[in-house]
Design a protein around this ligand. Sequence first.
Ligand SMILES: NC(=O)c1ccc[n+]([C@@H]2O[C@H](COP(=O)([O-])OP(=O)(O)OC[C@H]3O[C@@H](n4cnc5c(N)ncnc54)[C@H](O)[C@@H]3O)[C@@H](O)[C@H]2O)c1
Length: 261
Amino acid sequence: MTTSSPTREVAVLGFGSIGSVVADELAAGRVPGARLSCVVGDRARGRVDVPVVDVDEATARADVLIECAGHAALLAHGARILDSGTDLVISSVGALVDRDLRARLDAAGPGRTFLTTGALGGLDLLVAGASAAPFGRVRLTTTKTPSALVQDWMDDPQRDALLGTDAPVVVFRGTAEQAAPLFPRSLNVAATLALMLPESEVEVELVADPAATLVSHVVEADGPVGTYRFEVRNRPSPTNPRTSQVVPYAVLRTLRQALAV
Ligand SMILES: NC(=O)c1ccc[n+]([C@@H]2O[C@H](COP(=O)([O-])OP(=O)(O)OC[C@H]3O[C@@H](n4cnc5c(N)ncnc54)[C@H](O)[C@@H]3O)[C@@H](O)[C@H]2O)c1
Protein backbone atom coordinates (compact mmCIF):
# COMPACT_ATOMS: atom_id res chain seq x y z
CA MET A 1 0.00 0.00 0.00
CA THR A 2 1.31 3.46 -0.80
CA THR A 3 0.48 6.53 1.28
CA SER A 4 0.82 10.01 -0.14
CA SER A 5 2.98 12.51 1.78
CA PRO A 6 1.20 15.50 3.29
CA THR A 7 1.40 18.74 1.32
CA ARG A 8 4.20 20.93 2.64
CA GLU A 9 3.88 24.67 3.16
CA VAL A 10 6.58 26.64 1.34
CA ALA A 11 7.64 30.26 1.88
CA VAL A 12 9.70 32.32 -0.57
CA LEU A 13 12.15 34.89 0.78
CA GLY A 14 12.92 37.55 -1.85
CA PHE A 15 10.70 38.43 -4.82
CA GLY A 16 13.26 39.34 -7.49
CA SER A 17 14.20 37.55 -10.69
CA ILE A 18 14.42 34.12 -9.02
CA GLY A 19 11.87 34.46 -6.22
CA SER A 20 9.06 35.85 -8.37
CA VAL A 21 9.24 32.90 -10.80
CA VAL A 22 9.57 30.40 -7.94
CA ALA A 23 6.53 31.90 -6.18
CA ASP A 24 4.46 32.01 -9.37
CA GLU A 25 5.29 28.39 -10.23
CA LEU A 26 4.40 27.26 -6.71
CA ALA A 27 1.18 29.28 -6.75
CA ALA A 28 0.29 27.59 -10.05
CA GLY A 29 0.68 24.19 -8.35
CA ARG A 30 3.63 23.10 -10.50
CA VAL A 31 5.41 21.33 -7.61
CA PRO A 32 3.35 18.38 -6.40
CA GLY A 33 3.30 18.15 -2.61
CA ALA A 34 4.15 21.85 -2.12
CA ARG A 35 1.85 24.80 -1.46
CA LEU A 36 2.96 28.45 -1.48
CA SER A 37 2.06 29.70 1.97
CA CYS A 38 3.57 33.20 2.01
CA VAL A 39 6.24 35.46 0.55
CA VAL A 40 8.78 37.71 2.30
CA GLY A 41 9.53 40.81 0.23
CA ASP A 42 7.71 44.09 -0.29
CA ARG A 43 7.90 43.75 -4.07
CA ALA A 44 5.43 40.87 -3.83
CA ARG A 45 2.65 43.12 -2.49
CA GLY A 46 -0.27 43.09 -4.92
CA ARG A 47 1.44 40.44 -7.06
CA VAL A 48 0.70 37.28 -5.07
CA ASP A 49 -2.49 35.82 -3.59
CA VAL A 50 -0.76 34.73 -0.38
CA PRO A 51 0.22 36.86 2.64
CA VAL A 52 3.38 38.98 2.41
CA VAL A 53 4.98 38.56 5.83
CA ASP A 54 8.26 38.99 7.70
CA VAL A 55 10.85 36.24 8.11
CA ASP A 56 9.67 35.17 11.56
CA GLU A 57 6.09 34.77 10.42
CA ALA A 58 7.27 32.91 7.33
CA THR A 59 9.21 30.39 9.40
CA ALA A 60 6.18 29.95 11.66
CA ARG A 61 3.95 29.25 8.64
CA ALA A 62 6.28 27.19 6.43
CA ASP A 63 7.87 23.75 6.49
CA VAL A 64 10.38 24.86 3.85
CA LEU A 65 11.67 28.37 3.13
CA ILE A 66 13.32 29.12 -0.21
CA GLU A 67 15.94 31.87 0.04
CA CYS A 68 16.07 33.97 -3.15
CA ALA A 69 17.07 37.24 -1.49
CA GLY A 70 20.86 37.48 -1.54
CA HIS A 71 23.90 37.06 0.62
CA ALA A 72 22.95 39.63 3.28
CA ALA A 73 19.57 38.03 3.85
CA LEU A 74 21.14 34.58 4.23
CA LEU A 75 23.65 36.01 6.68
CA ALA A 76 20.94 37.80 8.67
CA HIS A 77 18.30 35.06 8.77
CA GLY A 78 19.75 31.68 7.71
CA ALA A 79 20.63 30.25 11.12
CA ARG A 80 17.41 31.53 12.72
CA ILE A 81 15.30 29.87 10.01
CA LEU A 82 17.04 26.52 10.59
CA ASP A 83 16.82 26.88 14.39
CA SER A 84 13.05 27.31 14.06
CA GLY A 85 12.91 23.83 12.47
CA THR A 86 12.13 25.08 8.96
CA ASP A 87 14.10 23.54 6.09
CA LEU A 88 16.05 26.03 3.98
CA VAL A 89 16.66 25.88 0.22
CA ILE A 90 19.54 28.24 -0.58
CA SER A 91 19.87 30.12 -3.89
CA SER A 92 22.69 32.40 -2.72
CA VAL A 93 25.24 29.60 -2.66
CA GLY A 94 28.03 32.13 -3.23
CA ALA A 95 27.49 33.43 0.31
CA LEU A 96 28.78 30.11 1.61
CA VAL A 97 32.31 30.97 0.55
CA ASP A 98 32.21 32.77 3.93
CA ARG A 99 33.50 30.06 6.33
CA ASP A 100 31.90 31.72 9.37
CA LEU A 101 28.48 31.64 7.74
CA ARG A 102 29.00 28.02 6.73
CA ALA A 103 29.91 27.12 10.30
CA ARG A 104 26.86 28.96 11.67
CA LEU A 105 24.50 27.18 9.29
CA ASP A 106 26.15 23.82 9.97
CA ALA A 107 25.63 24.34 13.69
CA ALA A 108 22.00 25.46 13.28
CA GLY A 109 18.95 23.19 13.16
CA PRO A 110 16.83 21.10 13.36
CA GLY A 111 15.88 22.52 9.95
CA ARG A 112 17.90 21.07 7.07
CA THR A 113 19.84 22.93 4.37
CA PHE A 114 19.60 22.24 0.64
CA LEU A 115 21.84 23.98 -1.90
CA THR A 116 20.56 24.45 -5.41
CA THR A 117 22.81 23.50 -8.31
CA GLY A 118 21.53 26.73 -9.87
CA ALA A 119 22.99 27.68 -13.21
CA LEU A 120 25.40 24.75 -13.38
CA GLY A 121 25.18 21.22 -14.81
CA GLY A 122 27.34 18.12 -14.72
CA LEU A 123 27.80 18.13 -10.95
CA ASP A 124 26.51 14.60 -10.47
CA LEU A 125 29.30 13.17 -12.64
CA LEU A 126 31.99 15.45 -11.18
CA VAL A 127 31.02 14.57 -7.61
CA ALA A 128 31.07 10.88 -8.54
CA GLY A 129 34.48 11.24 -10.19
CA ALA A 130 35.88 13.15 -7.22
CA SER A 131 34.70 10.46 -4.83
CA ALA A 132 36.91 7.97 -6.71
CA ALA A 133 39.86 10.37 -6.46
CA PRO A 134 39.82 14.17 -5.95
CA PHE A 135 40.66 16.20 -9.05
CA GLY A 136 43.93 18.04 -8.63
CA ARG A 137 42.44 21.10 -10.22
CA VAL A 138 39.03 22.05 -11.60
CA ARG A 139 38.84 25.04 -13.94
CA LEU A 140 35.75 27.20 -14.25
CA THR A 141 35.60 29.83 -16.97
CA THR A 142 32.57 32.09 -16.71
CA THR A 143 31.81 34.54 -19.50
CA LYS A 144 29.28 37.35 -19.14
CA THR A 145 28.60 40.71 -20.72
CA PRO A 146 30.82 43.47 -19.31
CA SER A 147 27.84 45.20 -17.66
CA ALA A 148 27.11 42.07 -15.61
CA LEU A 149 30.66 42.16 -14.20
CA VAL A 150 30.88 45.85 -13.30
CA GLN A 151 31.30 46.23 -9.52
CA ASP A 152 30.70 49.09 -7.08
CA TRP A 153 34.39 49.14 -6.04
CA MET A 154 35.59 49.84 -9.59
CA ASP A 155 36.70 53.42 -10.21
CA ASP A 156 35.58 55.32 -13.32
CA PRO A 157 38.61 54.38 -15.49
CA GLN A 158 38.20 50.66 -14.59
CA ARG A 159 34.47 50.78 -15.25
CA ASP A 160 34.92 52.66 -18.54
CA ALA A 161 37.63 50.24 -19.70
CA LEU A 162 35.42 47.25 -18.91
CA LEU A 163 32.29 48.70 -20.52
CA GLY A 164 34.24 50.00 -23.51
CA THR A 165 36.12 46.81 -24.35
CA ASP A 166 35.57 45.54 -27.89
CA ALA A 167 37.14 42.11 -27.24
CA PRO A 168 36.85 39.47 -24.49
CA VAL A 169 38.90 40.44 -21.42
CA VAL A 170 39.78 38.38 -18.31
CA VAL A 171 38.67 40.41 -15.27
CA PHE A 172 39.58 37.90 -12.56
CA ARG A 173 41.59 34.71 -12.14
CA GLY A 174 41.94 32.96 -8.78
CA THR A 175 40.01 30.90 -6.24
CA ALA A 176 36.34 31.30 -5.32
CA GLU A 177 37.42 32.65 -1.91
CA GLN A 178 39.61 35.29 -3.56
CA ALA A 179 36.74 36.27 -5.88
CA ALA A 180 34.27 36.57 -2.98
CA PRO A 181 34.96 40.17 -1.95
CA LEU A 182 35.47 41.34 -5.55
CA PHE A 183 32.63 39.72 -7.51
CA PRO A 184 30.13 38.63 -4.85
CA ARG A 185 27.20 38.36 -7.26
CA SER A 186 29.11 36.31 -9.85
CA LEU A 187 30.22 33.68 -7.40
CA ASN A 188 27.36 31.26 -7.15
CA VAL A 189 28.61 28.78 -9.73
CA ALA A 190 32.21 28.94 -8.48
CA ALA A 191 31.06 28.45 -4.89
CA THR A 192 28.82 25.55 -5.88
CA LEU A 193 31.77 23.78 -7.50
CA ALA A 194 34.07 24.53 -4.55
CA LEU A 195 31.50 23.27 -2.03
CA MET A 196 30.64 20.12 -3.98
CA LEU A 197 34.30 19.29 -4.64
CA PRO A 198 35.94 20.29 -1.34
CA GLU A 199 39.10 18.28 -1.92
CA SER A 200 39.75 19.69 -5.38
CA GLU A 201 41.27 23.08 -6.10
CA VAL A 202 38.80 25.18 -8.08
CA GLU A 203 40.37 27.87 -10.27
CA VAL A 204 37.97 30.56 -11.45
CA GLU A 205 38.33 32.80 -14.48
CA LEU A 206 35.79 35.55 -15.14
CA VAL A 207 35.68 36.88 -18.68
CA ALA A 208 33.85 39.99 -19.87
CA ASP A 209 32.79 39.55 -23.51
CA PRO A 210 30.95 42.41 -25.22
CA ALA A 211 29.63 39.93 -27.82
CA ALA A 212 28.21 37.54 -25.20
CA THR A 213 24.48 37.13 -25.50
CA LEU A 214 24.39 34.10 -23.19
CA VAL A 215 26.06 33.48 -19.82
CA SER A 216 28.57 30.70 -20.35
CA HIS A 217 30.20 28.43 -17.77
CA VAL A 218 32.87 25.99 -18.89
CA VAL A 219 34.01 23.44 -16.30
CA GLU A 220 37.11 21.34 -16.96
CA ALA A 221 38.43 18.58 -14.71
CA ASP A 222 40.95 15.83 -15.21
CA GLY A 223 41.35 12.85 -12.89
CA PRO A 224 42.20 9.14 -12.85
CA VAL A 225 38.64 8.07 -13.68
CA GLY A 226 38.06 10.52 -16.50
CA THR A 227 38.51 13.83 -18.24
CA TYR A 228 35.51 16.13 -18.20
CA ARG A 229 34.47 19.30 -19.94
CA PHE A 230 31.02 20.75 -19.51
CA GLU A 231 29.80 23.88 -21.16
CA VAL A 232 26.50 25.48 -20.24
CA ARG A 233 25.18 28.55 -21.99
CA ASN A 234 22.27 30.13 -20.18
CA ARG A 235 20.06 32.95 -21.26
CA PRO A 236 20.21 35.83 -18.74
CA SER A 237 17.07 36.83 -16.87
CA PRO A 238 15.34 39.83 -18.46
CA THR A 239 15.00 41.39 -15.00
CA ASN A 240 18.54 40.70 -13.74
CA PRO A 241 21.42 40.18 -16.23
CA ARG A 242 23.53 38.60 -13.44
CA THR A 243 21.06 35.74 -13.03
CA SER A 244 20.26 33.08 -15.63
CA GLN A 245 16.67 32.30 -16.56
CA VAL A 246 17.09 28.64 -15.71
CA VAL A 247 17.95 29.29 -12.04
CA PRO A 248 14.38 29.46 -10.63
CA TYR A 249 13.66 26.11 -12.27
CA ALA A 250 16.85 24.64 -10.75
CA VAL A 251 15.68 25.99 -7.38
CA LEU A 252 12.30 24.27 -7.85
CA ARG A 253 14.11 21.03 -8.72
CA THR A 254 16.05 21.35 -5.48
CA LEU A 255 12.76 21.88 -3.67
CA ARG A 256 11.38 18.66 -5.20
CA GLN A 257 14.48 16.83 -3.92
CA ALA A 258 14.09 18.42 -0.47
CA LEU A 259 10.46 17.29 -0.32
CA ALA A 260 11.47 13.73 -1.16
CA VAL A 261 13.79 13.23 1.84
N1 LIG B 1 22.90 29.36 -7.31
C1 LIG B 1 23.00 29.97 -8.48
O1 LIG B 1 23.45 29.40 -9.49
C2 LIG B 1 22.54 31.39 -8.58
C3 LIG B 1 22.39 31.97 -9.84
C4 LIG B 1 21.97 33.29 -9.91
C5 LIG B 1 21.72 34.01 -8.74
N2 LIG B 1 21.89 33.42 -7.53
C6 LIG B 1 21.71 34.17 -6.27
O2 LIG B 1 20.34 34.15 -5.89
C7 LIG B 1 20.05 35.34 -5.16
C8 LIG B 1 18.81 36.02 -5.75
O3 LIG B 1 19.07 36.36 -7.10
P1 LIG B 1 18.03 37.24 -7.96
O4 LIG B 1 18.58 37.30 -9.34
O5 LIG B 1 16.64 36.78 -7.75
O6 LIG B 1 18.23 38.67 -7.26
P2 LIG B 1 17.28 39.94 -7.38
O7 LIG B 1 18.12 41.10 -6.98
O8 LIG B 1 16.59 39.96 -8.70
O9 LIG B 1 16.17 39.67 -6.26
C9 LIG B 1 16.45 39.62 -4.88
C10 LIG B 1 15.22 40.18 -4.17
O10 LIG B 1 15.32 39.91 -2.78
C11 LIG B 1 14.91 41.06 -2.07
N3 LIG B 1 15.46 41.02 -0.72
C12 LIG B 1 16.74 41.21 -0.33
N4 LIG B 1 16.87 41.05 1.01
C13 LIG B 1 15.62 40.75 1.46
C14 LIG B 1 15.09 40.47 2.75
N5 LIG B 1 15.86 40.48 3.85
N6 LIG B 1 13.77 40.21 2.85
C15 LIG B 1 12.98 40.18 1.75
N7 LIG B 1 13.42 40.45 0.51
C16 LIG B 1 14.73 40.71 0.37
C17 LIG B 1 15.40 42.23 -2.92
O11 LIG B 1 14.70 43.41 -2.62
C18 LIG B 1 15.08 41.71 -4.32
O12 LIG B 1 13.75 42.01 -4.68
C19 LIG B 1 21.31 36.22 -5.24
O13 LIG B 1 22.07 36.03 -4.07
C20 LIG B 1 22.06 35.65 -6.41
O14 LIG B 1 23.45 35.86 -6.28
C21 LIG B 1 22.26 32.13 -7.44
